[in-house]
Design a protein around this ligand. Structure first.
Ligand SMILES: Nc1nc2c(ncn2[C@@H]2O[C@H](COP(=O)(O)OP(=O)(O)OP(=O)(O)O)[C@@H](O)[C@H]2O)c(=O)[nH]1
Ligand SMILES: [Mg+2]
Length: 186
């Protein structure tokens, strides 16, 4: 079941390709210092940055209603893809982070939607590195999903900004709540 457990804890999962900002996002909002498993990045061809996550990221935030949101992040490298289902297990929802400057951003979105519940798991999408006035990228991505009958909230998000990341988390929690209400009514 994809909702909070009995003690009112939620697990949510940040995913997305290398360098999209999963580790940065979790450390931007975690109440305590986030646990990171970053190691030296030897895959500079895929993403030119110093470190990359080898296993997972972990942080947590306590909401004003005292519920606890456990924040997990996937590794971005393809060779750690086996971690995806392990980390998705028991997650109430997923935040997909993507780099809006990447030429294959639409294909990447589709890949992550397919791999993380295929539209059946609560999900929001954060697109980083967009030019200030670029709304066309967000529209194109939304249309790509609409063609498949999938409607997801897609936001412009700078993962270095705590407020942007919290907006993604809020939007996801709203979706999770809405899903829970629907399943109670069913
Ligand atoms: N200049 C700029 N840098 C950004 C922006 N968004 C994210 N970054 C940087 O991009 C980098 C993202 O790195 P990580 O947080 O390690 O990315 P990750 O998704 O965890 O990557 P892997 O663990 O390798 O999959 C960080 O250095 C961020 O500061 C942006 O909008 N502009
Ligand atoms: Mg990382």
């Amino acid at each position: 079941m994809m909702n909070a457990n009995a003690s009112n804890e939620f697990k949510i999962l940040f995913t997305g390709p290398m360098g999209a900002g999963k580790t940065t996002a979790i450390s931007a909002i975690s109440d305590h210092e986030a646990v990171s498993t970053d190691v030296v990045n030897t895959d500079l061809a895929q993403c030119n940055k110093e470190l990359t996550t080898a296993a997972l990221d972990y942080g947590q935030i306590v909401l004003p209603d005292n519920s606890c949101v456990r924040l997990y992040g996937t590794p971005g490298q393809e060779r750690f893809r086996f971690m995806w289902p392990i980390l998705l297990n028991n997650a109430a929802g997923v935040i997909v982070l993507l780099n809006g400057e990447h030429p294959e951003v639409a294909d990447q979105l589709e890949l992550y939607v397919n791999a993380f519940g295929n539209g059946k798991v609560p999900m929001v999408v954060g697109i980083g590195r967009l030019a200030a006035d670029d709304t066309s990228c967000l529209e194109k991505l939304a249309m790509r999903l609409e063609d498949r009958g999938i409607a997801l909230p897609i936001f412009d998000a700078d993962v270095r900004q705590q407020d942007d990341v919290l907006l993604l988390v809020d939007a996801l929690l709203c979706q999770i709540e809405a899903d829970d209400c629907r399943s109670l009514q069913a």
